[in-house]
Write a protein that binds this ligand. Structure first.
Ligand code: LIP
Length: 267
């Protein structure tokens, strides 16, 4: 399967690079307007999100016409190959709209339900994060060679810088705010960067020490979850696997303690 997965990884990165270049070129100065909203009036999608997903779907489909596709904006298309592409064309859409420099293209490739390859391209900086299951996670900046990612661990949980995010639905957001308030008493600080994909990459490369969020969709999590795991980060949810109800990520030395704290704080 290695050759097949390596091919999927190549196809993903080619599509993600093209989409990131399109997003950079297409973004006008100032604030970008929402074309429509989804789960709430503050859950936007722009015409550029939609066009980027179309570009990714066409780029992948040209090489893999029999694969399934699940995109944040265009929904799901069944395939017959056992491979499904799980795509967020712009993760961090609100950041994109406001011109806050943290939004990314996220593409994961599932084979029979398991994410085997993934990539995330920061559409502002061009930083590329890639992973193949069992073969490690890598980060590449500019023309440099990809560098292997190995998650760092803080000396203690009280020194942990924790990434998080809040849901677009206000009642869920209020619950999360209470949980984060409790969490703050036990960690160094939090960062709310606005992109789950980039937050998971940040834990993988040590720019964050841990991450917790509720409400992530498969496309937020597919590539970032693989990249984090392949860098030595443990992920979990209410059970062993992260999901929409809860996603927790931390390096092994603090993982158990952080997971207990997250549940104690009410996530
Ligand atoms: C975003 C996530 C982020 C979360 C936002 C939003 P989108 O995804 O990446 O972590 O806090 O609420 O869900 O909507 O920008 O693709």
């Amino acid at each position: 399967m290695t050759a097949q997965v390596d091919e999927l990884a190549r196809i993903a990165l080619t599509a993600a690079r093209a989409a990131a270049a399109y997003i950079r070129a297409a973004r006008p100065a100032g604030r970008v307007a929402a074309a429509q909203t989804k789960s709430s009036p503050t859950d936007p999608v722009t015409l550029i999100d939609q066009a980027a997903e179309k570009l990714i779907r066409e780029s992948i489909g040209a090489e893999r016409p029999h694969d399934g596709f699940l995109g944040e904006e265009g929904g799901g298309t069944a395939g017959s190959s056992g491979v499904v592409w799980v795509v967020d064309p712009i993760d961090g859409t609100v950041n994109f709209m406001y011109g806050i420099g943290a939004y990314a293209v996220s593409i994961g490739a599932e084979i029979d339900g398991t994410v085997e390859a993934g990539c995330i391209v920061n559409a502002v900086t061009g930083e590329e994060y890639t992973a193949v299951r069992g073969a490690g996670a890598f980060a590449r900046t500019g023309d440099g060679a990809p560098a292997r990612l190995a998650a760092h661990s803080p000396p203690s949980l009280s020194h942990a810088l924790v990434g998080t995010g809040f849901n677009y639905v206000v009642d869920i957001r209020l619950h999360q705010a209470r949980a984060v308030t409790a969490l703050l008493a036990h960690v160094r600080d939090i960062r709310r960067n606005g992109s789950a994909a980039l937050d998971l990459c940040a834990v993988a490369e040590g720019r964050l020490d841990a991450y917790v969020e509720q409400g992530l969709k498969p496309w937020d999590l597919a590539a970032g979850g693989l990249i984090a795991r392949e860098s030595g980060v443990r992920l979990a949810g209410l059970g062993a696997d992260p999901d929409e109800r809860l996603t927790i990520a931390a390096p092994e030395p603090i993982a158990e303690e952080f997971f207990r704290l997250v549940r104690t704080c009410g996530f």
